[in-house]
Design a protein around this ligand. Structure first.
Ligand code: GAL
Ligand code: CA
Length: 352
């Protein structure tokens, strides 16, 4: 195994492994080993810094790394070729493990091949390889993220509760939910699953839906605002609800709705997002965002880093953590539905 143990890590390990053998010498008198060594260096790629949710995840990673790991951070600027170069550079620098938020989930086999050739462990996070990390030909690759469909199911449940409690939302009184859908990037497992499962959940509960438009706005508020403006011009009052794959796009839609006089007097449109960004919680409080689903950036950032540190140390990736791995070698952090009732849950997850 490579030599990069820090004083800090040795003391932590000595404390956590007392009784497990191996750390006995340093633990006997409560002192730590006197070997002067470095903390592991971890190379991190974020698919683009300019993404609301990923910027919170990035901050969580940086915070979790304090005193525990040296990070080399990269903004892949939504460019897979650039990310590949960044990975090559970090491997050349001799990083001890890699944490990669892919630009293109389909690039996973090629990216993992680079790590494998260099013998470096790699944690993929936030964007899951379609076929599952366990299908990649490398024993030192793991995934940290969520169960994508869970977010769509919870979003559907939050919508159902509110729809059933507010008969006036069925503007044309036909018992059917006329909706528009703002999608994240096509091919992203979260975007695909959220789009599918929110509608499925509502329909399976016996409420028919009618799609008036589904378009990608690439997780982005400005693109979503444009899309919503187009839909309002084309469909106006026929739209009864806006489903958004994330809060960033929901916030863009709300901007467009505000320009058309919504959220004033009786003019209302239910909009639901996912992520529970702090700026979205403010909109829930002031009645412009109906609800959201907590996508826990602290949990995901911390889990990714903890696995990357353990992998760098060559020990079981779950050592000293609260996480479990499923059969696809993935840690899946749970989602939680958020409305006016439980905003505090989301505030805590964002460290507010
Ligand atoms: C999703 C998140 C989106 C966006 C995306 C980027 O999990 O909900 O807002 O950040 O990841 O991959
Ligand atoms: Ca209707």
């Amino acid at each position: 195994m490579r030599k990069f143990f820090s004083m800090f890590l040795i003391s932590t390990m000595a404390l956590s492994f007392v009784g497990c053998g191996g750390a006995d010498d340093s633990a006997k008198d409560g002192s730590v080993a006197q070997e002067a060594v470095e903390v592991p260096t971890i190379g991190v790629c974020i698919y683009k810094y300019d993404d609301n949710f990923m910027s919170y995840t990035r901050q969580a990673i940086e915070k979790a790394a304090e005193g525990k790991a040296e990070l080399i951070m990269n903004d892949s600027q939504n460019d897979q070729a650039k990310q590949n170069d960044q990975i090559d550079t970090m491997i050349a620098k001799g990083v001890d493990s890699l944490m990669v938020n892919l630009v293109d989930p389909g690039a996973a086999p090629a990216v993992v091949e680079k790590a494998k050739n260099a013998g470096i462990p790699i944690i993929l996070f936030n964007k899951e390889y379609q076929d599952g990390t366990h299908n990649l030909d490398y024993d030192k690759v793991w995934y940290v993220g969520t169960t994508s469909e869970e977010s769509g199911i919870i979003q559907g449940e939050v919508v159902l509760d509110a729809w059933n409690a507010n008969p006036s939302w069925d503007k044309n009184g036909d018992g059917t939910m006329q909706y528009v859908m703002l999608m994240g990037e096509p091919g992203h497992p979260d975007a695909e699953a959220r789009t599918e499962w929110v509608v499925k959940t509502i329909e399976e509960a016996g409420v028919p839906t009618e799609e008036l438009g589904t378009q990608t706005a690439m997780w982005d508020a400005a693109q979503a605002k444009n899309m919503m403006e187009t839909w309002l011009a084309a469909n106006g009052d026929e739209i009864e609800i806006v489903f958004s794959n994330n809060d960033g796009m929901a916030m863009g839609a709300i901007e467009a709705l505000k320009s058309e006089g919504y959220f004033e007097g009786d003019k209302y449109m239910p909009v639901i997002g996912i992520d529970a960004l702090p700026e979205a919680l403010v909109l829930i409080e002031n009645g412009q965002l109906m609800g959201t689903v907590l996508n826990d950036p602290l949990g995901q950032g911390k889990a990714s880093l903890e696995l990357a540190i353990n992998a760098a140390l060559g020990i079981d990736v779950l050592t000293g953590t609260e996480w479990v791995l499923d059969e696809t070698k993935a840690v899946r952090v749970p989602y939680v539905g958020i409305t006016t009732e439980n905003i505090a849950v989301a505030e805590e997850a964002y460290g507010l």
